[in-house]
Ligand binder design. Sequence first.
Ligand code: TYM
Length: 334
Amino acid sequence: MLGDEKILFSGMQATGSLTLGNYLGALKNWVNLADEYTTFYCVVDEHSITVRQDPAELRKRARNLLMLYIAAGIDPEKNCLYYQSHVSGHAELAWILNCFTYMGELQRMTQFKDKSAKHADNINAGLFTYPVLMAADILLYQADVVPVGKDQLQHLELTRDIANRFNAIYGDVFTVPEPYLGKLGARIMSLQDPAKKMSKSDENPNASIYLMDDADTVMRKFKRAVTDSEACVAYRDEQPGLKNLLDIYCACTDKTPEEAVKEFEGKGYGELKTAVGESVVAVLTPLQNEFHRLEKEKDYIDKIIKQNAEKAGYYSSKTLRKVQKKIGFPEKIR
Ligand code: TYM
């Protein structure tokens, strides 16, 4: 690990239930890229507390998320899967980077604007500096590449700006990371309003497919998906509901949009919706089965959590020490 191989870092919040958007926009690419990189896949539980959480629920969701990473096909012996809160370097570097980030930059972040509108009674400082913690996550491991969905690109751009700013003052301390977007599925939209992204926190349960939805639920949600009255299967921006269904279908079957349009030429929307639903069920069923198997493997999962936290702690401490030295913190006397 960490020879000449490039480094990949990514993470997901342990909040709400994962959606098909999280899977197709991020998790699926994590699995595909795992062999090419030295990887760190984090359960970002520290990010989750920017909105109020029930403690027992957060703990359970964090563990379930880690098991979902494995169930999706990420080998925990070869890839470092761990909890953010188990590696203190994330919070320590975030504090330092806070001092290299401007208020104006954070005020421009669309996720901050959206979340503060949604949680108007709890616009806390953590919600505001959230992107700095995300920058710390990434820079702590000297990541070359960060696979995310499109909604995270603004945070990635800020991470690059912070890294370049720091490097300009102190020399080449941080690797400046590149985002990785999958060709398809980088922005999966709500099934009820194709102008909005599919989101864990959508109040309408028919808007999102959850990774743990059973086959009947998946098929029913696709049947109810909003389309249009054109009655013609095409892949174009003017038919956003249909475009979203085709994106999902292609991401699940590894077909191109052209191939998919050809396949459904002259067919009704009902037939298309059934095929999309079936393609999603075919992806989710093995993942769910594997998840339920892992739920019974308590000792094995505990071992993974312990080992990987140690591994992540070891690698992150190298960057942290370097940063502390550069900015002038006194060295520890050993
Ligand atoms: P989060 O937890 O909201 O989402 C996890 C990943 O899923 C992607 N995603 C989507 N992709 C396509 N279509 C959608 N509808 C959709 N919804 C979500 C997200 O882009 C993301 O890749 N701030 C991050 C978590 C984070 C992180 C990091 C990510 C913290 N530190 C460091 C990468 C690197 C977040 O809230 O993602």
